[in-house]
Design a protein around this ligand. Structure first.
Ligand code: BGC
Length: 757
């Protein structure tokens, strides 16, 4: 936390400096016309071609060789480009910006976009890992660090945060999500927006954020990337759109449409979402960009016959800027001439783009900020990344093997133990392996080289051949304890990297089983981009510390946790299934008419041969694995234990517009200082449309000394109980509610209250 605060303090200092200079700022503000006026003045000067130019987002590969092509410079000079992505050489960016500002007719500066997802050079845990900390303030500080590093090199726009609700662990992009819960996801989304942008986009270290992907991308059928999403409107609004609304309210500069079709209409051409909801209901005035080629992909979707129709549908739906494909550039002028897109609509799109550029203060400061001394990968940034990694680790099992004592030798085995690149996780374009500290580096440094025997056993996570086993087993034989570090390589999650089998890939399970035969304490450390099913080996290991790819500082963070310098405090932001076949799986599901329960469940082996065909006793479960997940949402252990008692409500009946206070006493009943994530859930028992079995409403992460108790109090307002009813009104309905204060979504202290009219 300390570092997060240091960064925040600097931030405060900047605010004070601004305040001290307030009279100056004010005087300047008085002479400066407001942004809307500047937008209109500029728009009035623009030709049709220049307007269309602003809607073009062009790519330049970060691996592009040779000097900038003259044709590209000429396009910028002619005012035919509004933004670039992936121009990574700072001098190239400077040159393009100079041409735009000095040599194009109207001097409109360019946006330089980049996927700065979970760090720029200093890599933080993947977003799913950040969410496991249940500390949005860590995500905010991390995003601040990313913005400071990226703006130093001239990136002024990030395509993050991704706020897609993810209920399917097969989906590769679950890694980039904050998990399955809309309230948790909203909190992390807003935190990241604030971290990237600060409170004022014109701040030189502010980087415009992008809420993506609008909307429903995470609901891809079967967890297969890009697949169809069918989402009823109520659920769309209550679950999938919720984080976007929160981000819009927090002032996110832009949004990105998604690749998927939503209820039959591709998101990129979806007027209902882009215009009716976003501009109409939410009054959002930021900019909306497509995803990579998602405008022309409407042809493959079967929603546009050709590029021209794709442009027409996207423009009329309200898509401001087109990423990489060129349908606007080729056809907007003609569409306007033919009256298929009207001038006023084009003006609307361009207004949104110009407004964002003015908000970023690019007209006054188009070039990257000057720094006296680079802070990229500074000790402070790395320490913050380490802290985030520590807080994100989830202890799933511990039979007492953890924490490790420092005596004796440790065998460090497995494909992720010394894999500097793989520990960063998906969608990292600027982080480099050589800046990272692996578990091998960190453990040898902490315990001495002679005490940490290393043999990976498997060169990378997917390897099936077992010729490295002998050396690994040999190392394990010479040690007192074995730490197996496995999981997934970075490339096994993220975009287009869905998996049908989400167990440990390759021969990892086989190697773990061999190691287990040695009868020594065996600790499994996982680094992965999604939930992993561990059922095949869970009984072979004594402890499991699960990490969603932790980033640059994975080594020191995990070593500190294994050695007990700090107790694990991460909690699952997604449900872990027993098998991928349970997906989609999420805690806030509906009850069904035949809710699963232990009393009625008949396991497959107990069914008599030639049993009479009957559905009695058969509830909503699987014959072979029952109805529970492997680990519920919100779950996580630590090196201590906590007791929940004394659940109290200050009232049991609540007026509309009222508030209630719910409290419980949490006691650290173990022997170590540890943190607990105390979670507040409710259930609306009867609704105009059925409600989930539980819904997270709030949480607090607290740290207690051994024996210490704390009363945790939550304030719950009736507005938090609202949902979209059958007529799509957002309402809180009177009636009975259950309430839990709980350590996870499958347990806790329960009581009830009423909402009365
Ligand atoms: C991804 C986006 C990303 C864009 C630009 C697309 O493939 O879906 O999330 O921002 O590429 O790199």
């Amino acid at each position: 936390m300390e570092l997060g605060f240091t960064i925040m303090r600097r931030y405060l200092f900047a605010a004070i400096v601004i305040c001290v200079c307030c009279p100056l700022v004010q005087a300047h503000a008085e002479t400066e016309p407001p942004i809307e006026q500047k937008v209109e003045q500029l728009l009035n000067k623009m030709s049709l071609a220049e307007k269309i130019g602003q809607t073009n987002l062009r790519g330049r590969s970060s691996r592009a060789k040779g000097p900038l092509p003259d044709s590209l410079k000429a396009t910028v000079r002619a005012g035919n480009v509004g933004a670039f992505l992936n121009v990574m050489k700072p001098d190239e960016r400077d040159e393009l910006q100079r041409i735009a500002v000095e040599e194009s007719r109207l001097g409109i500066p360019l946006l330089f976009g980049r996927d700065v997802i979970h760090g720029f050079k200093t890599i933080f845990p993947i977003p799913l890992g950040l969410a496991a900390s249940w500390q949005p303030e860590l995500a905010e500080s991390g995003a601040r660090v990313s913005a400071i590093e990226a703006t130093e090199l001239g990136v002024n726009w990030t395509f993050a945060p991704m706020m897609d609700i993810a209920r399917d662990p097969r989906w590769g992009r679950i890694a980039e999500s904050f998990g399955e819960d809309p309230v948790l996801t909203s909190a992390f989304s807003v935190a990241m927006v604030k971290g990237f942008q600060t409170d004022d986009l014109s701040n030189p270290t502010a980087m415009a954020a992008t809420a993506k992907h609008l909307v429903g991308y995470g609901a891809a059928e079967g967890g297969r990337d890009y697949n169809t999403a069918m989402i009823p409107e109520g659920e769309l609004r209550d679950v999938y759109l919720k984080p976007f609304k929160a981000a819009a309210d927090a002032g996110v500069a832009s949004m990105m449409t998604s690749f998927n079709e939503l209820n039959g209409v591709p998101a990129t051409g979806n007027k209902f979402v882009l215009t009716d909801i976003l501009r109409g209901e939410w009054q959002y005035d930021g900019m909306v960009v497509s995803d990579w080629d998602s405008v022309i992909e409407m042809i493959a979707h079967g929603y546009a016959a050709d590029k021209k129709q794709a442009a027409e549908r996207a423009a009329n739906a309200g898509l401001d800027m087109e990423m990489t494909s060129d349908t606007y550039e080729l056809y907007l002028a003609e569409l306007i001439k033919q009256g298929k897109v009207n001038d006023a609509q084009l003006d609307n799109l361009v207004r949104n783009i110009l407004r964002m550029k003015f908000r970023l203060n690019l007209f006054d400061h188009p070039q990257r900020r000057k720094v006296e001394k680079s802070t990229i990968l500074s000790a402070e940034h790395r320490q913050l990344a380490q802290q985030a990694a520590v807080q994100s680790a989830i202890l799933l099992k511990n039979d007492g093997a953890l924490p490790l004592t420092s005596q004796g030798k440790i065998a460090l085995i497995g494909p992720l133990a010394n894999a500097a690149h793989e520990q960063m996780g998906t969608w990292v374009f600027d982080g480099r392996a050589e800046n990272n500290i692996t578990m091998l580096d960190a453990m040898q440094q902490q315990l001495g080289k002679q005490n940490v025997l290393f043999a990976d056993g498997l060169a990378y996570s997917r390897v099936k051949v077992q010729d490295g086993f002998a050396a690994a087993i040999e190392a394990a034989k010479r040690a007192d304890r074995i730490v197996f570090v496995g999981g997934e390589e970075s490339i096994l999650s993220g975009e287009a990297h869905s998996r049908a089998d989400i167990s440990l890939p390759g021969a990892q399970e086989a190697l773990i089983k061999e190691l287990a035969k040695l009868n020594k304490p065996l600790i499994l450390v996982v680094m992965a981009g999604r939930p992993i099913t561990l059922g095949n080996i869970i009984n072979d290991v004594d402890a499991v510390l699960f990490n969603f790819h932790p980033g640059t500082m994975a080594g020191p963070a995990i070593s500190d946790l294994l050695l007990g310098k700090v107790s694990p405090s991460g909690r699952l932001p997604v449900t872990f299934p027993i098998t991928a076949a349970q997906a989609p799986i999420y805690y806030n599901h509906k009850n069904t008419g035949r809710p699963a329960n232990d009393k009625d469940y008949v396991p497959i082996d107990d069914i008599p041969v030639q049993a009479w065909q009957s559905s009695l006793g058969n509830d909503s479960h699987y014959l072979d694995i029952g109805f529970r997940p492997a680990y519920p949402f919100g779950y996580g252990l630590t090196y201590s234990t906590f007791d929940y008692s004394n659940l109290k409500l200050d009232k049991t009946s609540l007026n509309m517009d009222g508030k209630l206070h719910a409290s419980a006493t949490i006691t650290n009943t173990g022997k170590r200082e540890a943190s607990e994530v105390v979670q507040l859930y409710i259930q609306d028992v009867v609704g105009d449309v059925t409600r989930p079995v539980r819904e997270l409403k709030d949480w607090q992460k607290i740290t207690l000394q051994p024996g210490q108790s704390q009363t945790v109090t939550f304030t719950l307002g009736t507005d938090q109980l609202a949902f979209h009813n059958i007529s799509m009104q957002n309402v809180t309905e009177p009636g009975d509610f259950n309430l839990w204060i709980a350590p996870n979504a499958a347990s806790g202290l329960q009581t009830s209250f009423k909402v009365i009219e």
